[in-house]
Design a protein around this ligand. Structure first.
Ligand code: SAM
Length: 187
């Protein structure tokens, strides 16, 4: 079986396990703050996102809800002097990514299992999220932007950040797909 087919089977198994866990946990999970279901950033857009992040030496990049961490891995590979952190709430995805990292280690990438809404973003240079329009514009905007330091960037894949406070947002069309990449820089 080709590695691509194996990868797809593994990811389907993770989705099945994850949705079963979600169903069982639904009663307990109300208010736990799921920001989005697992839908990965399109692989064709990863290189452009990595370029647009403009990470300098020693800077910190955090991916909120890193899923299978393909974006974080791509950023960590392209920016070996940066610190890359993926935060993910779903245990099966965190286990999957950690297994992958044991096989193909990246010294500058770490994965944290946590609710991303509880993280401290005050020292982060670039934040990346592929969330839902509602979560980007409610929880994330209200939690993240007040914490962000001046000059820090918040990259939102697909969904724009409306009514943003002081700062500017530039939208880049994807060079490969119909996606849009919105980058808010805090002033
Ligand atoms: C749309 S997927 C994006 C995955 C990945 N960032 C990408 O672009 O390929 C959203 C991810 O966020 C995770 N997630 C949802 N709510 C979260 C929370 N409160 N804290 C951390 N991760 C969360 C989901 O489990 C899912 O993996």
């Amino acid at each position: 079986m080709s590695p691509e087919v194996l990868h797809i089977i593994k990811m389907l198994a993770i989705i099945l396990v994850y949705s079963a866990i979600l169903r069982v946990a639904r009663g307990f999970a109300r208010g736990a703050g799921s920001l989005a279901p697992w839908v990965p950033t399109r692989s064709e857009d990863q290189k452009q996102i990595s370029r647009l992040a403009w990470l300098g030496s020693g800077q910190t990049f955090v991916e909120i809800g890193c899923g299978s961490a393909n974006v974080s891995r791509s950023i960590a590979q392209d920016n070996p002097t940066a610190t890359v952190i993926g935060i993910e709430i779903a245990r099966p995805l965190v286990r999957y990514v950690r297994r992958q990292l044991r096989r193909h280690p990246l010294a500058n990438l770490s994965i944290i299992r946590a609710n991303a809404l509880d993280y401290d973003y005050s020292e982060v240079d670039v934040i990346y999220v592929y969330g839902m329009p509602k979560t980007v514009n409610r929880q994330l905007k209200n939690v993240l932007i007040p914490q962000m330091k001046s000059g820090a960037k918040f990259i939102s894949y697909m969904f724009d950040i409306r009514d943003r406070p002081e700062g500017e947002t530039v939208t880049y069309p994807s060079e490969q797909t119909d996606a849009q990449i919105h980058i808010y820089t805090k002033s």
